[in-house]
Structure formats: C-alpha cells, structure tokens
Write a protein that binds this ligand. Structure first.
Ligand code: DX5
Ligand code: ZN
Length: 219
C-alpha cells in the first residue's frame, strides 16, 4: 500500500525560546504533523525537551499530531509520561536493550501510535520481528543527536528492504526518514518507499515555506 506523503517539520530546528510559535507556524502552513526530538544526553550526546514541553504545547492549543522521537537509553521508562503529555505517536529506538515488544504494546495500550527507529548502522533485520506491531518505522538518515547533518544516501537500500517487507507481508506501517532531508533527496527516499519526511533545517531555512510544503505534498 502507498501512503500519501506527510511532511513533519522538526521542532528541534525552530527557536527554542518560542516553541509554541514554531508549532503555530507549522500549523499555519496547513501541515498536520510536528516532529518532536527527545534526547537524554546518554543515548545521544545532546539534550532537548521533556514531557512537560509536549504538555505545554498541547495546552497552548496546538492541534498538531505530535510525532515524538525518543532518543533515550531507557525509553520504556518515559512512555506513560509522553502519552499523558499528548504525544500522538511515540517512536523508540531498537538499539538499547529493553523489552521492545512490551514497550510497543504499552504505547498502543495508552492510545498512541507506536514507532520503531533504526540508527544508520543498524540493519533492517533488527526491526523485522516487530513489523506487525508498529504504526511506523523510522529510518535515521543521519546519526541522531543534532540537526543540520548531511543525508546518507546509503540508507536508501534499507528503505527499499523495509518497503519490500511491508508489501510482501501486506502491512501498512508508515516509513519515515529523518536527518538531512531536503527537496533534493526526498524524491529518492519516496522512490525507495518512504512516505513520511522529517525536515528540520531545510524547512526552517526555506524562505517560501508554503512552496516547500506543496513540493512535499506532491512527492
Ligand atoms: C536528529 C533528529 C532530527 C533532526 C533533523 O537527531 O532526530 O529529527 O531534527 O534535523 P535536520 O532535518 O536538520 O537534519
Ligand atoms: Zn528525529
């Protein structure tokens, strides 16, 4: 199955002193998703937001779908807090050791959509056993931790593999890419099966954001 493309601007690339304004800009563009990067300074060498940030954005009236990317060594400890805060989707990395199946089930039990994320060095086979239990697979196209890094073309083969499994098994999870995504490489990702595009730097640097959003809608 082919999902319509979704552009998910990343809050990380916005002004951290004006997060609600950043969310409002995204909403005013007619977009429906906001990618929210949560970093713990341990799984990745950077720190960002916590559940209270997500809750505050919701309280300030954002109706956006909060696509929450947990870059945490122990994501299972924070699932309940982010679900309660208003995360519509919670994506957890496959690399740390915890009960991934139980964590995905917990996310769904709390009423959020469940995503599984792979770092660039992690093969597609690592998430294969869980493909029937997820709403989204996120293929990192940079090493996570920072915005503004160059897209890794060598991730396209991984997308193709996941897209093939999705088709062969008649599954319907979304296939998301995150890291260095712009209008040059997004069509390559789309051709390899991606349907959900995180854009931090490229979105916030675009002078004509409506045109940028329209280009993604047409992928
Ligand atoms: C990186 C984050 C990304 C980041 C992408 O660790 O997971 O979501 O915001 O930013 P750009 O689009 O600038 O690579
Ligand atoms: Zn992210």
């Amino acid at each position: 199955m082919t999902h319509a493309p979704i552009l998910a601007p990343s809050l990380l690339a916005g002004d951290h002193a004006h997060l609600a304004s950043t969310a409002a800009i995204v909403e005013q563009m007619g977009l429906s998703w906001l990618h929210v990067d949560i970093m713990d300074g341990h799984f990745v060498p950077n720190l960002t937001f916590g559940p209270e940030t997500v809750a505050a954005l919701r309280r300030h009236g954002s109706k956006l779908f909060f696509d929450t990317h947990l870059m945490l060594s122990e994501p299972q400890r924070y699932i309940d807090a982010f679900a309660r805060a208003g995360s519509d989707q919670i994506s957890i990395h496959i690399e740390p050791a915890y009960d991934h199946g139980a964590a995905l089930a917990r996310i769904r039990a709390l009423g959020s959509k469940a995503g599984l994320v792979l770092n660039p060095d992690t093969p597609a086979s690592a998430v294969e056993p869980f493909l029937g239990q997820v709403d989204l697979v996120l293929v990192m196209t940079v090493q996570p931790g920072f915005g503004g890094q160059p897209f890794r073309t060598d991730m396209l083969a991984k997308l193709t593999q996941l897209s093939n499994w999705r088709r062969e098994r008649d599954l319907s999870f979304r296939l998301e890419v995150d890291g260095g995504i712009d209008l040059t490489n997004a069509p390559l990702c789309r051709a390899a099966g991606a349907d959900t595009f995180v854009a931090g730097t490229s979105f916030f640097k675009a002078d004509d954001k409506p045109a940028f959003a329209t280009a993604f809608a047409g992928l």
